[in-house]
Ligand binder design. Structure first.
Ligand code: HPA
Length: 248
């Protein structure tokens, strides 16, 4: 079985990323089917194990992603460090769409997702330390690669909502009062499942819209989201080009 100790979980923006996929490893896990085969993407002379979070044809909505299978499948292919790419809505006024962030904290507002490998069949109750949900070294490496690529980068807490609908303005007000800088739909339970597996995990987020109630003028939130999602792939590509060699 081919193996890579670095993995990528690519989201909505990857559909413009034009990953150079050299091979595919299909398969299933004790938790069911992952969103996609492992896509072996070439970066220079390395092949990195990637999963397309929403499926190769982007048909799987955030609340129906089989997060357990995705992380498990990556680990089966040798992945010990995982970078997740995410499109997010920007809550903070100083975080315009088009800019990147590396979240340092998370608040989970999702519900009803299969969010743990602990299913009662283990010999003991499994608790994981989630004080720091994201790996500090990977976060630093993402930030350095982004700066080298000429992008500004910020940090802050990501709120994770259930989706697939976007939030109401009042919900975004609440997220802001809770201390969230950005909002997405897929970081949980991805981050905590990675922790349960002992996998190092961090997120590189791209703001693709101002969150609900914060969109300036009469621009529609969906138009903004679509425009920045298609433009954002270049940013992610520039970061990955520097990040992957740096991770070694
Ligand atoms: N809310 C939640 N998830 C998102 C958003 C948003 O505004 N934009 C991109 N993903």
């Amino acid at each position: 079985m081919p193996s890579s100790n670095l993995g990528l979980i690519v989201g909505t923006v990857h559909y413009g990323l034009a990953l150079n996929v050299a091979a595919r490893s299909p398969g299933k896990t004790p938790y069911g089917m992952p969103s996609s085969p492992v896509l072996w993407a070439e970066f220079g002379d390395r092949r990195i194990a990637c999963i397309a979070r929403h499926g190769e044809r982007h048909l799987i909505p955030p609340h129906q992603i089989n997060y357990r299978a995705n992380l498990w499948f990556l680990q089966q292919h040798g992945v010990q460090r995982c970078i997740a790419l995410n499109a997010v809505g920007a809550i903070s006024a100083d975080f315009p769409p088009g800019e990147l962030a590396v979240p340092d904290q998370v608040i989970d507002y999702t519900w009803g997702r299969e969010h743990s490998y602990a299913d009662g069949s283990q010999d003991e109750v499994l608790h994981v330390d989630f004080t720091e949900p994201f790996d500090a070294e990977l976060r630093g490496q993402i930030a350095s690669a982004a700066i080298e690529a000429g992008c500004s980068i910020r940090s802050g807490a990501i709120g994770v909502t259930q989706g697939p609908r976007l939030e109401s303005a009042a919900e975004v007000d609440r997220l802001e009062r809770d201390g969230c800088t950005m909002v997405g739909m897929t970081t949980m339970p991805e981050a905590s499942l990675a922790r349960e597996l002992g996998m190092r995990y961090a997120v590189c987020a791209l703001a693709v819209n101002h969150a609900a109630g914060r969109v300036p003028g009469d621009t529609s939130i969906l138009a903004q989201l679509e425009r920045h999602t298609s433009q954002g792939a270049e940013r992610f590509a520039a970061v990955l080009e520097r990040l992957i060699p740096a991770i070694g």
